[in-house]
Design a protein around this ligand. Structure first.
Ligand code: CTP
Ligand code: MG
Length: 227
């Protein structure tokens, strides 16, 4: 399977309220983006890896890659205004020989090799696969501070990355959806209502997305447990 990894890393991380852009925040001596890339590279031998960063941070990202010895394996492109646009920019720059795209958020540093293997296997038969956690809470439909109803939790899953797609299918969806594709909050959403049925594999609780200062503390906690 010739797979390209696409890593959206062009967000600033406003909810972290840090003066340093989120991909460059150091945890246990390494920038967040380096944690994610090194973990991902140890999970699978990707034929190509493209990171999308904020255009003004491209040079800084190249320095980071050199620092963690990934400058020969990983390329950098300028990201867009939304996550979806950043991913699309990177997908368009992937080596033409890659038939598969694995999209993974820079903000999820604890991606596990076995999860990548399960996703690739699932995508091979369906053309698209994501990982997700079944909802454990009771889920309310709320509008303007008032409950409109209670959703059937058995049908609710919280999507994570990595997500894997046949590149041809992803390009078809970009073509079909045009600008609408730039509002999607994950790539699997591009396949909603299409003939491709995205396979769901079990996500992992520790595959957290670093969003708030609490998530940074949780990441540190998991790292300590590993040592
Ligand atoms: N991302 C991106 N391009 C954007 C916005 C986000 O590539 N224009 C990336 C982020 O870098 C991150 C992933 O998408 O790896 C998930 O986004 P999120 O967790 O929301 O990160 P940020 O957008 O950086 O955080 P915030 O929304 O708090 O500013
Ligand atoms: Mg964001």
């Amino acid at each position: 399977m010739k797979v390209a990894a696409v890593i959206p890393a062009a967000g600033f991380g406003h909810r972290l309220r840090s003066s340093v852009p989120k991909p460059f925040i150091r945890i246990a001596g390494k920038p967040l983006l380096a944690h994610t890339l090194l973990n991902l590279q140890s999970a699978f031998s990707f034929a190509d890896t493209v990171v999308a960063t904020a255009p003004r941070l491209v040079r800084r990202t190249l320095v980071l890659l050199k620092e963690c010895g990934l400058d020969r394996k990983v390329r950098v492109v300028g990201g867009g205004r939304t996550r979806a646009e950043s991913v699309r920019n990177a997908v368009f720059r992937v080596s033409p020989s890659c038939e598969w795209i694995l999209v993974h958020d820079a903000a999820r540093p604890l991606v596990d090799p076995s999860l990548v293997a399960r996703l690739l296997k699932a995508a091979k038969s369906s053309g698209a696969a994501l990982c997700a956690l079944p909802a454990t809470a009771t889920v309310k439909d709320v509008k303007t501070g008032r409950v409109r109803g209670t959703l059937d939790r058995r049908n609710i899953f919280l999507a994570q990355t990595p997500q894997v797609f046949r590149k041809k299918f992803l390009l078809e969806r970009y073509q079909k959806l045009g600008k609408k594709a730039l509002r999607a909050t994950d790539e699997a959403a591009l396949f909603d209502g299409s003939r491709v049925r995205t396979a769901v594999v079990n996500g992992e609780v520790r595959n957290i997305k670093i969003t708030t200062p609490d998530d940074l503390r949780l990441f540190q906690f998991y790292l300590n447990g590993k040592r």
